[in-house]
Design a protein around this ligand. Sequence first.
Ligand code: IPM
Ligand code: MG
Length: 364
Amino acid sequence: MTLNLAIVGGDGTGPEVVAEGLKVLEAVAKDMNFTVGTKEFPFGAKHFLSTGNVLTDDDIEQLKSYDAIYLGAVGHPDVKPGILEKGLLLKMRFDLDQYINLRPVKLYEGIETPLAGKTTKDIDFVCVRENTEDLYCGNGGLTRKGTPNEISTQEMIATRFGAERCVRYAFDLARARKAAGYPGRLTLVHKTNVLTYCGDTWHRAFTEVGEADYPEIERDYHHVDACCMYMVTRPELYDVIVVPNMFGDIITDLGAAIAGGMGIASSGNLNPDKSNNNPSMFEPIHGSSPDIAGQNKANPLAAIDSLAVLLQETGRKKDEDVLIKAGDRVAKAVQSITHKFTGKRLDRSGFSTTEIGQMVLDAL
Ligand code: IPM
Ligand code: MG
């Protein structure tokens, strides 16, 4: 089989960390007898500054002919904040209907957490963030701008369809984790005491789907403010979290922080449905770190770990077991070398980008 990837190295350190991920991919593919085809796309700040385009509808159509998208990072000081975020990341999520943002929060051996007394056993859960609705829809407007009577609105959108498909994905994940020895507990995070409309839609979708189709999965509910507290004081409460877009954005940064920081946080923007060919997009959560770009200093572990998620999730979508197994191997290889970072910071470990890539290759 051939895995066809669209590669978007992007800006700053993005291309460097993606290059390490691709070396790992090449090695695992060779060993497991599948082939990899890659095509690089130039999207990012440079492309925008030279062409005026971020990501066109035509680009989106082109991306649809790939099995998945592997992205480094976008963002550059010369481009006003918001342009690449909205024009590239959010456009990809919306146009390719990547309705799940999968963000594992897992503390690896040797990685330091800021939480005193918590170990790898306590911090091991997955956030399933809805990725296409909520405040991110951008519905709203600004009238009488610049006058004392200025009005701005930005509406929170929840649809039963959107909440339900996200909740179902999260229940399936909790079920799969339960089979692998995890508690099999799904926690809905919202703010139903204040957001009584959107919260109600989510809570009923969660309860009805759970009762009808996932009776063996324990259901729990936390308000988002309490969730922030528990993520710091009792992270062991969580197995799988399902959360709408905006709250999910916030708590997954907190999640990255308790698991050791951005240097290790991976993510997938998924369209998991087998009924379409929309590719999912995989990226480290971290940014493009323009200050150290081109210096072989960035830590590629989050990008390599995102590649592991790419292989696992693309394998699931395409029913290709070999990809799932390859992803598991890459994830294991990453986890087997993190002890080398004991007592070091992930972002200033003293190891170069290529040295860390080589460590993973050796472990593989
Ligand atoms: C994220 C980021 C994005 C988001 C920004 C860059 C648009 O914060 O992936 O979490 O808000 O979703
Ligand atoms: Mg964010």
